[in-house]
Design a protein around this ligand. Structure first.
Ligand SMILES: [Mn+2]
Length: 480
């Protein structure tokens, strides 16, 4: 049985709703007219209040839920104490009329199971509505920019070694272009080495072109009418574009370098993935979300948030809930369980064997590599080690030290750490929890013998990393 105390507008509405749902309700209010009104509408109602109610008020009936919906703030404490002493096992929900009521509840000895504060609920409803309006405005603005793209079309660049979030976002943007009637071509630097990502590209039938040099990228941009960057925002940082370029369009999430901008359209969503932003745009434009597109976006969100465990916001859950029924679950399984190639397994093995830990930090040098994605996979894997919250895995490929780092310590912005440590002699980029860098070995790369080169790389990486973190290499750091 539900006992509702205080039957003003909200209390009465709840009483009527419960009663129309065939729930047993007794409403209590000091105002006889309100009690009469409720009775006339078929709700059992009594005159009284929560501070003076007794077991007799309900003829010995035991309420399983107590709803204090309209109790004056000055009477709240006495009311809460009275009803909980009579029915200590009952579920207690209290509506706080104002901030003073929230404070009173906090200071009361007995804590309600749930507090409803209408001001907060209305605020969040307004914010939700505003974000819908913002998405609508974003979609309109993007389409207006795309409509101005000439015959040269749009060049869409992803970051190096594109991950599912970048791939899905570029694919989504290319479909928006198609919708507007604009030609779009997708480009990337680095390699698609991760088996999952290769499977992703193959199964989705994505068409894209690999670009090796920034000179080549420059030619491509010249040949197109406009330039878009997805899942990254700064030309030259973890992508093949020359540094001095300003893209027309940027679609990214959690950009930390806020000085970077786009000429025509910039979307920096406060969410765990760029795919979240793309999904919103596609929905606003009422584009057909095919099973392949839904699968791609869902996979982009999943992989960037490490299956909803990293940097996830409510947007990701909402977007995923929307995409899930549209996605092809067989396709997801196929992408998720690709075979691991021998080299990746070897690199992972080396990363595990060569790990050195210092407090919560783990560094591992895997020596010479051919597939840089194996570094990221190894870093993700090693982060699961007990007591470790920051991982840095590095290897050497073609005269460069390649570094992949992960951190789940909220105090560490690993993207910034890698920038502080390696920007200058090398380049670095990424997010607060996942980042990458590479440092050219320059004249040292001519050393024929592999071993001294690896030792050299190890010394350089360790020194710069610990300096950027702010500890001395010889310091004793306790485990957390
Ligand atoms: Mn991303």
């Amino acid at each position: 049985m539900y006992a509702i105390f205080g039957c003003g507008a909200i209390g009465a509405a709840v009483a009527l709703k419960l009663s129309s749902n065939d729930k047993e309700v007794i409403a209590i209010d000091l105002d006889e007219k309100r009690v009469e009104d409720l009775r006339r509408q078929g709700v059992e109602a009594r005159v009284g209040d929560a501070a003076s109610v007794t077991k007799g008020t309900f003829d010995g009936k035991e309420p399983s839920s107590l709803l204090l919906m309209g109790v004056a703030t000055k009477d709240l404490e006495a009311s809460i104490m009275n009803v909980t002493s009579l029915w200590p096992e009952a579920y207690l929900l209290v509506r706080a009329k104002d901030r003073a009521a929230v404070r009173t509840i906090a200071e009361t000895q007995v804590k309600p199971d749930h507090i409803v504060f209408p001001e907060e609920i209305v605020t969040s409803a307004v914010m939700r509505q505003l974000s819908v309006i913002e998405s609508r405005r974003d979609a309109k603005e993007l389409v207006a920019v795309l409509e101005k793209v000439g015959d040269g079309g749009l060049a869409i660049f992803m970051h190096n070694n594109p991950d599912p979030d970048a791939l899905a976002s570029a694919y989504g943007l290319s479909l928006i272009c198609e919708h507007v009637g604009v030609k779009a071509d997708i480009y990337y630097g680095g390699v698609i080495g991760h088996q999952e990502n290769q499977a992703f590209v193959k199964l989705l039938g994505l068409e894209m072109t690999k670009v090796v040099h920034s000179k080549e990228a420059e030619e491509i941009v010249k040949a197109h009418d406009k330039l878009a960057l997805v899942d990254c925002s700064a030309p030259g940082s973890n992508n093949v574009l020359p540094q001095d370029m300003t893209p027309n369009i940027v679609l990214d999430h959690h950009i930390t370098e806020l000085d970077r901008s786009a000429k025509d359209f910039m979307l920096n969503i406060d969410a765990g993935s760029t795919s979240t932003a793309i999904t919103r745009l596609l929905r606003e434009l009422e584009l057909d979300i095919t099973p392949i597109l839904a699968t791609a976006l869902l996979y982009g969100i999943r992989s960037d948030t490490l299956a909803f465990t990293r940097g996830t916001t409510t947007s990701e859950f909402q977007t995923a809930a929307y995409l899930l029924p549209l996605a092809d679950s067989d396709l997801i399984t196929k992408i998720q369980t690709p075979a691991m190639d021998v080299e990746t397994m070897d690199v992972m093995g080396k990363a595990i064997k060569n790990k050195e830990t210092k407090g919560p930090y783990l560094l591992s040098c895997v020596g010479a590599i051919h597939n840089r994605d194996a570094l990221a996979q190894s870093a993700d894997f090693l982060l699961a080690l007990e007591g470790i919250n920051t991982v840095l895995v590095f290897g050497i490929e073609k005269g460069n030290i390649h570094i992949s780092a992960r951190s789940n310590d909220p105090r560490v912005n690993i993207g910034q750490v890698l920038k502080d440590a390696f920007e200058g002699p090398g380049t670095a980029g990424g997010h607060a929890y996942a980042a990458g860098a590479h440092v050219p070995l320059g004249i040292f790369s001519d050393i024929d013998e592999k071993a001294p080169l690896v030792e050299l790389a190890k010394a350089v990486v360790k020194k710069h990393f610990f300096e950027a973190i702010g500890i001395h290499e010889d310091d004793e750091i306790p485990n957390e």
